[in-house]
Design a protein around this ligand. Structure first.
Ligand SMILES: [Zn+2]
Length: 467
């Protein structure tokens, strides 16, 4: 009896710990500086991981709608407060990874902010640096309502990571041009130098507040490391975090990192310049290149690492400065777990999503109902293309080991075709913009060409996979 009670206690404790941790452990981001990529683009790559019934929508929000100027592409998951990704008309992209902090004090004005943070970036940011400033400002003014998070923002010149902490503390760091940063679900900023304004910004009391709370003691801890001071200890040492981090860094550098996140650098210098295809390799990692395996289920044989059972979209923002932003900023996106899907390009200048990607005809209605109309999505919006992707993924998961090879064999040639077709397609767009001023001179024709390109790519893809 006693033994049984003790065993039950152990099982319950493990279950509780897992529930506490797994709920918040999702998403993975990679941010590459323009000097670290083969074509000179800044690349922001991101896996969005969310359990439960998730419905992918992608809206093209027109300029001057909803009281804001910016036009933007909005990757929306109805009912989710921290899952959406954006690419606006300035070529500013934003996504995020949950990073639990140890802050337990709530300090909010008007209920604090959460969902509003990245909408603000999409609607107002004119550069990645501006996006970081906007995030910091709203967190200071309103207080952040979640435990903690790292926003990843980028434009065609640079990338920034913005760590926010429950309440009003935040810290941002620029990713060096020749480096690649990889971010699981813990804070990755280590040393801090707010006097170096080219590379840092944040709350002026970020160190003194940690001292005051007993999270940092200069006498015993040595140099201040933001991630050590502010991370929730349970998440920092969790294998789901450091194993994914290791897998990405190992891939980029060819080195083998230890299982101790204290030894990880802020960003790594890759052993060659990286391309979109490298980002795809990282985001589809099943942990092949690490010895330590992540615990947990392996449904149908699908190994869990950076690619997970619940990766609901994978997006790669390729941000290039030598083309008009309408063409230079591209979002490559999958509509389910990336290991079973093709990344299809969505150009910044497009104005219309392919059929099935919008549950409402206007983005304004989608925004209004984002939280309020998020139950029974499949029943209420059965025609969405999202469900076909969800069902396709679940069918793969039923027998991952048996089915994935055939799926990938069908996908791979089409992915290659899209890569190869990119330059030719973009060359065909030159007639729509002025080479000297960079101005688009035939906007309506350019929009049509971009809209058709993405719509045709999906049509061709559906044909290949037999829809
Ligand atoms: Zn996978």
């Amino acid at each position: 009896m006693k033994k049984f009670a003790f065993l039950s206690f152990l099982l319950l404790s493990a279950a509780t710990l897992f529930a506490q941790t797994s709920d918040h452990l999702n998403c993975f981001a990679v941010l590459a500086g323009k000097g670290a990529t083969t074509d000179g683009s800044v690349i922001l790559a991101h896996n969005e991981d969310d359990s439960g019934e998730q419905m992918l929508n992608i809206y093209n929000v027109p300029r001057n709608s909803m009281g804001v100027n910016n036009k933007y592409i909005w990757v929306e998951f109805p009912g989710m407060e921290v899952s959406d990704a954006y690419l606006n008309e300035y070529g500013v992209a934003v996504a995020s990874d949950g990073c639990n902090s140890r802050e337990d004090r709530e300090d909010y004005t008007d209920g604090g902010v959460l969902y509003e943070v990245r909408t603000l970036v999409a609607q107002q940011a004119r550069s990645a640096r501006h996006a970081a400033e906007l995030i910091g400002k709203i967190v200071e003014q309103r207080g952040y309502r979640g435990s903690g998070r790292t926003y990843v923002v980028a434009d065609c010149n640079e990338g920034w990571v913005v760590a926010v902490v429950r309440g009003r503390h935040w810290l941002a760091q620029r990713v060096p041009d020749n480096k690649v940063m990889t971010i699981p679900n813990y804070y990755c900023i280590g040393e801090v130098d707010l006097a170096d304004t080219a590379n840092f910004m944040g709350s002026p009391d970020i160190i003194s507040y940690a001292e005051e709370r007993g999270w940092y003691n200069p006498a015993t801890d040595g140099k201040f490391l933001f991630r050590k001071a502010y991370s929730h200890p349970n998440y920092y040492n969790y294998d789901r975090n450091y194993v994914r981090h290791m897998s990405a860094m190992n891939y980029l550098t060819g080195e083998e990192y230890s299982t101790n996140p204290d030894e990880y650098p802020f960003a790594v210098t890759p052993n060659r310049k990286v391309a979109i295809a490298d980002m795809m390799q990282i985001l589809t990692s099943h942990g092949e290149n690490v010895e330590v395996k992540i615990g947990g289920n392996r449904k149908g044989g699908h190994p869990v690492c950076i690619c997970t059972d619940v990766t609901v979209t994978s997006t790669i923002f390729q941000l290039r400065s030598w083309l008009p932003v309408e063409i230079g900023a591209v979002m490559w996106a999958t509509a389910a777990s990336p290991c079973a899907e093709v990344y299809i390009p969505w150009y910044c200048g497009m104005t219309k999503s392919p059929d099935g990607f919008q549950r409402f005809s206007t983005a304004a209605e989608a925004l209004e109902k984002h939280m309020s109309d998020s139950k029974d999505k499949r029943k209420n919006y059965p025609d969405a293309i999202a469900w076909k992707f969800v069902d396709r993924w679940h069918s793969v998961l039923e027998d991952y080991d048996g089915r994935i090879a055939a799926v990938q064999q069908k996908n791979a040639p089409f992915q290659q075709k899209l890569f190869k077709g990119q330059m030719k397609f973009e060359k065909s767009l030159r007639k729509f913009w002025d080479a000297n001023t960079f101005e688009v001179v035939k906007p309506a024709l350019l929009q049509e060409a971009l809209n058709n390109y993405t719509a045709d790519a999906y049509k061709e893809y559906y044909g290949i996979i037999g829809w």
